[in-house]
Design a binder for this molecule. Sequence first.
Ligand code: UD1
Length: 374
Amino acid sequence: MPSGGGSREDMYCAHVVGARPNFMKAAPVMRALAQRPGVRQILVHTGQHYDQNMSDVFFRELQIPDPDFNLAVGSGTHAAQTGQIMMRFEPVLEEARPDLVLVYGDVNSTIAAALVCSKMGVAVGHVEAGLRSFDRRMPEEINRVLTDQIAGLLFTPSRDGDQNLLREGIPAERIHFVGNVMIDTLVRLLPQAAASLTRELPARYALVTLHRPSNVDDASALQGILATLAEISRDLPIIFPVHPRTRQKIAQLQFEPSANLQIWEPQSYLQFLGLQQRATVVITDSGGIQEETTFLGVPCLTLRESTERPVTVTLGTNLVLAHDLGRLRQEVSAILQGRRKQGSIPPLWDGKAAERIAGVICGVSDRQTAVGLK
Ligand code: UD1
């Protein structure tokens, strides 16, 4: 693999992003590839997320260039959304004909784009490959497994990812342990995060995010979580920026926020990072937030049955509580009494993962094997 610069041949790379958690992963990879001579890049936004505060603000803060194509698919059922992305991406791919398409994470845009590439014989690289919750009821798990089967280049954030892929029969030479690209963005922007907090914050608070169907789609499950959060908020103020999907569900319940349990709009990347950094504890069902809190050394309580990011538990500050709300109360009390899980930062979560990805991509280009990876 060459260490400095790309090949004499042009490498033409298209990035496909669609949903909020994709943006902080694609940003550093685009920056790293932009440093390499001979690499041409385009960006395709599927429009899976489209609100100002779910998409545009991330492009601004992360300094991502405007998309070359916006497929504007919007919301829909899983089938409708995935199908629309495929239908609208196909002519774009036909027109652009890149050497390599990079897809990110585990959202519907990821699998939809990968499928189109596979049918058109265009090579796919999957950034954040190999993560497994082993829970096929999660739509993201299906998206991960299938995308990894299609991709010719698999970039893993942790060694468990390599093991999962090998077990699923992926040839070792396709797997590249590069570290965590989302942490690249965090490392770059952390110095700006605190300054972006404009509202006054309590000295101690819990930061909450919830949007998984298993927590918010079932009214009684959501009601139970909100009642527990209300209890916790008597001892520890809660800041709860709500995802649009959660907002719709909360609106259907008789729930009154209070001064100690504040419901906020979705926050920008920098604001949310600042909020995480200063939080006493984070309570979440997100994937990426489990990783960010591990890096920041902030305790994280995850309201899910399983995690596809086990290093955040084995090495980091994360505890997976399933839907045990009694345990949630206990763990918050323990943290308030100073008993909190200590953690360390997983290997290669060092801000340089995207640089490694660029090295691999340009190395592949040098060896002119990209076509063989289709
Ligand atoms: C998607 C991802 C999930 C990721 C999450 C992060 C899939 C299968 N799921 O879930 O893995 O953790 O993004 O945010 O891809 N909505 C808006 N404005 C928007 C976007 C969505 O109002 O900009 C509302 C719509 O009512 C929509 C709902 O939120 O129906 C859900 O959006 P969708 O993209 O379908 O899934 P997420 O729950 O966001």
